[in-house]
Write a protein that binds this ligand. Structure first.
Ligand SMILES: Cc1ncc(COP(=O)(O)O)c(C=O)c1O
Length: 388
């Protein structure tokens, strides 16, 4: 099987991730920070080591401001619901994943907030000037995705972050697709809240992720409970990370995430991105010249992750996805990719597109086979007539 759905989750993981999780779970799997015995203290050290690594890759000065979450969705909900208050206005974009759109929509329906959705260009870029225009006196938060999970388009974070800081607002970034793949600096890009997931570009297991909380922000906890510190108090501790980390963490997963990040750092973010770009260019080079295909996303691969969304003319993306799976043993993701407003912008709603997302463990041969399979499908559809 050729797996080309790394934008959903990276697969396989580096061998070290499986090995370290297995070893830790079997031999050292005590609850971290809840007791004074050595095994528990060692588990706590694993967590703190992971926090430090994550802080270093995002340029965050204080590792205690990295909060472990279950995934990006958990981090985004924690930030949105912990920050926003009655009457606040939020600026967001049409590129957002439902993990941003839905919590905002829920707060809006309840009458807590109002929001404005800035439109993206056909290539998936947001114009910082449009964000500026959408800001009003009630605006408290600007939240955008760093990289579109449909188009791979990467936003100019520094330009947007500086603008948001000048307006004295909170800047939140959904880095679910870009963490581990694209350089991010919370200081240079003026990011106050950075949500990321562990199971994509960071090579960790599912059930891991995090939220960076900058020192301009105070979030109300949305999950309160045991932290192993200040147990005499009936209230959640004020200090981070405990304020936002009630309950036993997914410490086996976090050990896996640590191995994933170590693997990433050993290979180098730049070289991993270059590999992805090579595979992306191989796909685009062949399909761009073939008028049976409609390709979406930026022409400039230097502003794009290794993600290709496409359609075959006169065919539905779900049919193409099924044929790739059943006839060619190739796994891709067809449909709306949990980003309905992006597809509305592209004119591909409600059927969506076929998304191909090569990862670090894919080879040039994998993508060559996928391209051949797509061409064969396009030929068979042309012979059989429109399938939509
Ligand atoms: C841009 C974007 N944001 C958020 C998410 C949610 O990530 P998770 O499923 O890890 O919560 C995804 C997942 O595909 C995504 O692509």
């Amino acid at each position: 099987m050729i797996y080309l759905d790394n934008a959903a989750t990276s697969f396989p993981k580096p061998q070290e991730v499986y090995r370290e999780m297995d070893l830790f779970f079997r031999e050292r799997g005590a609850n971290p920070g809840r007791a004074g015995y050595r095994m528990s203290l060692e588990a706590e050290r694993e967590l703190e080591g992971t926090r430090k690594l994550l802080a270093s890759i995002f340029g965050a000065k204080n590792p205690n401001r990295i909060i472990f979450t279950l995934n990006a969705t958990d981090a985004l909900n924690m930030a949105i619901k912990g920050l926003l208050r009655q009457g606040d206005h939020v600026v967001t974009s049409t590129l957002e994943h439902n993990s941003v759109t839905r919590p905002l929509e829920n707060l809006q329906k309840r009458g807590t907030i109002t929001s404005s959705r800035v439109r993206a260009s056909q290539e998936g870029f947001i114009d910082p000037e449009d964000i500026k225009k959408a800001i009003n006196p009630k605006t408290r938060l600007v939240v955008i995705t760093h990289a579109s999970n449909v188009l791979g388009t990467v936003q100019p974070l520094k330009d947007i972050g500086r603008l948001v800081r000048e307006e004295d607002l909170i800047f939140m970034v959904d880095a679910a697709q870009s963490a581990g793949v694209w350089p991010i600096s919370v200081e240079e890009e003026c990011i106050d809240l950075l949500a990321f997931t562990g199971h994509k570009g960071l090579f960790g297991p599912p059930g891991t992720g995090g939220l960076y909380v900058g020192d301009r922000v105070e979030l109300a906890p949305w999950r309160e409970g045991g932290t192993g510190v200040n147990s005499q108090s009936p209230s959640q501790p004020e200090a981070l990370p405990f304020r936002l980390e009630g309950g036993t963490p997914n410490f086996v997963g976090i050990v896996g995430l640590k191995s994933g990040v170590e693997f990433l750092l050993a290979k180098g973010i730049d070289s991993i991105r270059s590999h992805g770009h090579r595979l992306l260019s191989n796909i685009l080079r062949v399909l761009e010249g073939d008028n049976r295909f409609i390709l979406y996303g930026p022409k400039d691969t230097g502003k794009r992750l290794s993600i290709v969304s496409l359609n075959i003319k006169d065919s539905s993306p779900s049919l193409v996805g099924s044929l790739l799976d059943e006839s060619f043993d190739i796994a891709v993701r067809s449909g709306l990719h949990c980003a309905p407003f992006t597809h509305k912008e592209l004119g591909t709603f409600p059927e969506g597109t076929v998304r191909i997302s090569p990862g670090y463990f894919n080879t040039e041969d994998d993508v060559a086979q996928a391209v051949c399979a797509l061409k064969e499908i396009a030929s068979s559809i042309k012979t059989a007539g429109p399938q939509v």
